[in-house]
Design a protein around this ligand. Sequence first.
Ligand SMILES: [Zn+2]
Length: 377
Amino acid sequence: MAWQGILGVDEIALQFARANRRRRLGGSFLFVGPAGVGKRSFAFALAKTLLCSRHFLQSGDAALESDAAPDPVAELERFQPCGECENCKQFEWSVDPNSPPLPTHPDFHYVCKPADKSLLPLEALIGDKDARMRSGLCFELNQTAFMGGRKIAVVDDADFFNLEGANALLKTLEEPPPNTIIFLIGTSAAKQLPTIRSRCQTFRFNSLSNDALAAILLRQGKVETQEEADAVARLSAGSLEEAEKALDAKFSEFQQTLFSELARRPIRGVEFAVKLCEFVDAAGKEAVLRRRRLQNVFKESIAFFRAAFLALEEPAKIPQGKYAPFVRRIVENGGTASRDMLDCVDLTLDAMEKVDRNVNLPYVAEAWAYDLAAISR
Ligand SMILES: [Zn+2]
């Protein structure tokens, strides 16, 4: 089955269902896995289920504990919000046309990295300078639950904690206030600060299978036919985010241009900058679309430089996949040190950060192209 319609999470949902029935649910969890495989949807569905009064079992409740353990299917079928209690009725979805829907419930809290920032803002965790420790997530979680049940927090973009932010959250993670559950969402355990990782129970989310991804694309109306869904799924390495890129047909076309420019020795700074700026401009009038397109170029480039780095370190092991022919070109041309690729990653991360800070896009794109050209000489 697909628990609450989310593919590929049954095993994890089962662990939560069992732990909750036995009243052994911990308080701090870390979900890691590639972007676009359903971690956030799962955290929201869990939040709704665990907030539901039917699943909020306190130590005095005889409740479900006395039941014999149900089989997995029955366990998952039972682990659903009832839809009728006050908590379920309070759980709704925000309807801001500019952002994806978020749950609203007086005891649900959500923190993420704003699109124009490169880190999770400290204020969101412990309040701004004027109200330090008197607002923000850590403060909210220390208050009594409005509905008298659980409090649940989802901290998205956990890859982007700075040390100060992480430190602010540590105490809350270590000893969550009573009946409080915190879900952190990141892309890999390695990207989490060790202090955070060690305080959370980690669940890994795998890439979606091609069939699962194709089913999602069809269900969301992103493609019209099964053939199209299968084709996009095959290109997307199990990630919905990759699938969305592949569906931006212009982007997949440009990938070839991008990789072949990046594989040139030396890179032709001026020509590359012109092509890049044209491509970014073609995303449309809205700045947010142009910004997203340039950020996608940067993300792809970082993946490319990492693949090239690995290949230069171990030329016998050129990775398969879309980068392979271009990476091979760099290795075979010679004259490029693996260290250069790390410099390229650094330059690209800097450029991404500039886009986050709203620096003029053509300026960022051109400067990046010229800097790469300089390294490649
Ligand atoms: Zn309910």
